[in-house]
Design a protein around this ligand. Sequence first.
Ligand code: ADP
Length: 160
Amino acid sequence: MTKIGVYPGSFDPVTFGHLDIIKRALKIFDKVIVAVAHNTDKSPLFDVTERVKLLKRSLKGIKRVEIDDFDGLVVEYVKRKKAYVVIRGLRMISDFEYEFQMALTNRKLSSSIETIFMMPSESYSYLSSKLIKEAASLGASLKGFVPHLVEKAIKKKWDL
Ligand code: ADP
């Protein structure tokens, strides 16, 4: 049986932190589905098609990864994909409360779905999409935070 892990999130945009989690997850799962959420309440910088495209380009050449988008409940999407594991990244203790609430809510919604948490390399444990957008808007270089193609896409969006 193929072990599938679903990694849902906004990915607005993908960072080296997300890519680190995906690569670690590939050591555990036969296939990792990166699922880009439509219904983010964070008014994204990139629309869902752009976020999917940036992920695909950032993961070019890496096998056993599928990039998809989804609408609605994560647990329903996971079931549609014939999977039962949700992967989430845990950076700091500050992530814990929200992630804990969400994992328990998902368990209540569907007791057959399990959530696993993975830690990135410590060099990415402070990195967030929000932070890199802020840094870019102030003119910072994003080298070491996001792939070059993502940095270019952000700067193009804002005409920087
Ligand atoms: P969401 O809006 O669902 O939190 P994000 O794209 O911000 O979407 O994050 C998706 C997942 O990736 C979350 O579990 C988040 O904690 C995790 N994540 C984000 N940045 C990092 C990082 N630098 N290292 C490890 N995990 C991360």
